[in-house]
Write a protein that binds this ligand. Structure first.
Ligand code: PEP
Ligand code: MG
Length: 583
């Protein structure tokens, strides 16, 4: 009998393959007492397991494809560092010796200690670190128990769909290396490390199907649709044929989309569009080039600060920015000043000041608030951005602004930095455009005043939706409330676009919504013409927009804004997308 399961689709693509069940969470951690005499043997056993876990991670690191984004290796490196840290490599040995218990029990005791410490910190970023600690401890426990690992290793995974409770970043890399067709996990959300890696490595994946391993067996045929988050076990011949057809069509569509690379981005009624790329690291420029994007609409510079021992110097910033500019060959680079805090915490040692831990980091000292409070963070970046502006077209974008006083403070500081550079005879672009991220409702409502002072606005829907609807963007329990079509969200977007138009300054959108094929036509109807998104979404967005008429969309979107029920809204949205080529 066929069974259907629904989860969170985190990486697009259709996969067909035999199920391969990983039963890794059943690790034996029963406690045994030791005699004093057997302690050295147990310590040796523990050290052997550490070594085996380390070899596994090193192998995964060696198997990372050359063209994989750098965050893939960063995840693996973090696990190697954790494994080498005394809290995991030394402390369990002390526990074995002092309490005369076996290695598994000692490691488990240390895990509980660490969970207590992390748990009391109430910090989103550290919460994800707990997952890392658990992954690393589990890999040592598995190495301690040879029998826990399935008889068949990853070399037998080719073409199969891996079904697991959870997967580590190292597992994900190993799976790609061994050619798995896709994977499904019982836990996890859109922004878990494993989900991010699956997207980067292009493995179709679904997470968050609790207990799926109870209902399916290894060897059963599965189909997986990573866009819809749907799994079918033991599909009928007809279903299977259907999926195979879809798989073929997806490949064909990819080929079709690539024909749009050089097509001008202009709507049927002649509205010119700007489709730019969001980048996080310098290597992302390659992907941008492949789709011929209009420069960079959002360069998230936080990655320059994360995983570092010291704050990047002015020269380090400058070097990276000029390198990116060179590869852009005259296209505009929009550099967002550091948006640290919340989900992108700065290592506390890097900050100039000791600060108490925020109770609610998303509403705490993040983005421009942190930068304005700590000139040692902000000034080197401002100087570097200005200096780089002499080498090519740069726009500076400020995150998390909520009021005019902050805007004025930033502009004043920038003017001081400019004056210093003039005094030092250092070149920069005197008219470098400065813009604001509109990502909190207060900024959207004040957009007209922002627009009077600034050169452009950029709507950050990821946060705008989070703050408007009061839902934590990385909490999968409230994921169902994350609704870009909520009338309040649409109204704030419209207010911002209208304010920009009235003042004659450009308005871009750089949140995920700008590359979501379900909504891009709505945005065009609201008046948006500049979209910035991950490079792999540009062609699909282009296809949807160039086959539309803005004049028609404007009328439809007006009706959408006035819809009284969600059913009416859905019907109008369907109509808006009806003529769009299918994604
Ligand atoms: C946003 O909030 O929409 C945005 C683009 O910024 P980030 O996702 O980096 O917070
Ligand atoms: Mg944001």
């Amino acid at each position: 009998m066929s069974l259907m399961f629904n989860g969170i689709g985190v990486s697009r693509g259709i996969a067909i393959g035999d199920a391969y069940l990983l039963r890794r969470n059943q690790i034996d951690v029963t406690s045994r007492s030791l005699t004093k005499k057997s302690v050295p043997t147990e310590v040796r056993r523990f050290k052997r397991a550490l070594k085996a876990a380390r070899v596994q991670l090193l192998t995964a690191r060696d198997n990372i494809p050359k063209d994989a984004p750098s965050d893939v290796s960063a995840f693996i490196e973090t696990h190697i560092l954790m494994l080498d840290d005394g809290v995991l490599s030394q402390r369990p040995i002390e526990i074995i010796k002092s309490e005369l218990i076996n290695a598994e029990a000692a490691l488990q005791q240390q895990r509980e200690e660490l969970i207590k410490v992390f748990g009391s910190m109430e910090d989103v970023y550290l919460a994800t670190r707990i997952d890392d600690v658990n992954h690393v401890i589990d890999s040592v426990l598995r190495a301690l128990d040879d029998g826990a690992e399935p008889a068949e290793g990853p070399e037998h995974w080719k073409g199969q769909i891996i079904v697991a409770d959870d997967l580590t970043p190292a597992d994900t890399v190993t799976m790609q290396h061994h050619g798995v067709a896709g994977f499904i996990t019982e836990t996890g959300g859109q922004l878990s490390h494993t989900a991010i890696l699956a997207r980067s490595l292009g493995i179709p994946a679904i997470v968050g199907i609790p207990n799926i391993r109870k209902y399916i067996n290894s060897g059963e045929v599965l189909t997986l649709d990573g866009r819809l988050g749907m799994v079918l076990a033991e599909p009928t011949d007809q279903m299977l044929a259907n999926f195979k057809r879809q798989q073929k069509e997806t490949k064909q569509k990819k080929r079709e989309l690539s024909k749009l690379i050089d097509t001008e981005a202009i709507t049927l009624d002649g509205v010119k569009l700007k489709l730019s790329a969001n980048i996080e690291i310098e290597e992302d420029i390659k992907a941008l080039k492949r789709v011929n994007a209009n420069g960079v609409g959002l360069y998230r510079t936080e990655f320059l600060y994360l995983n570092q021992e010291t704050i990047p110097t002015e020269q380090e910033h400058f070097k990276v920015y000029t390198k990116v500019l060179r590869s852009l060959k005259g296209e505009t680079l929009t550099i967002r000043t550091a948006d640290l805090g919340a989900d992108k915490q700065l290592d506390s040692q890097l900050s100039m000041r000791e600060r108490p831990l925020a109770h609610n980091p998303a509403m705490g000292l993040r983005g421009i608030r942190l930068c304005l409070s700590d000139p040692s963070l902000f000034l080197p970046q401002l100087r570097a951005i200005l200096r780089a502006s002499a080498r090519g077209p740069i726009r500076m974008l400020i995150p998390m602004l909520t009021n005019i006083a902050e805007v004025d403070q930033c502009l004043k500081l920038l003017e001081q930095v400019k004056q210093n550079l003039r005094d030092e005879n250092i070149e920069f672009d005197e008219s470098m455009p400065v813009g604001a991220m509109v990502e909190v409702p207060a900024a959207a409502i004040s957009a007209a005043q922002f627009a009077e002072r600034l050169d452009f606005l950029s709507i950050g829907t990821n946060d705008l939706i989070q703050y408007t609807l009061a839902i934590d963007r990385i909490d999968d329990q409230v994921d169902y409330l994350y609704d870009p079509m909520h009338p309040a969200v649409l109204q704030l977007i419209k207010t911002t676009i209208d304010a920009g138009q009235k003042s004659g300054i450009p308005v871009t959108m750089c949140g995920e919504m700008a590359g979501d094929s379900r909504y891009v036509r709505v945005l065009l109807g609201l008046g948006l013409t500049e979209f910035s998104m991950p490079p792999n979404l540009i062609l699909e967005t282009k296809r949807s927009l160039i086959s539309a008429r803005r004049s028609t969309l404007k009328k439809q979107v007006n009706a959408l804004l006035n819809a009284n029920t969600s059913e009416d809204q859905k019907a109008i949205l369907d109509k808006i997308n009806a003529s769009a080529p299918e994604s």
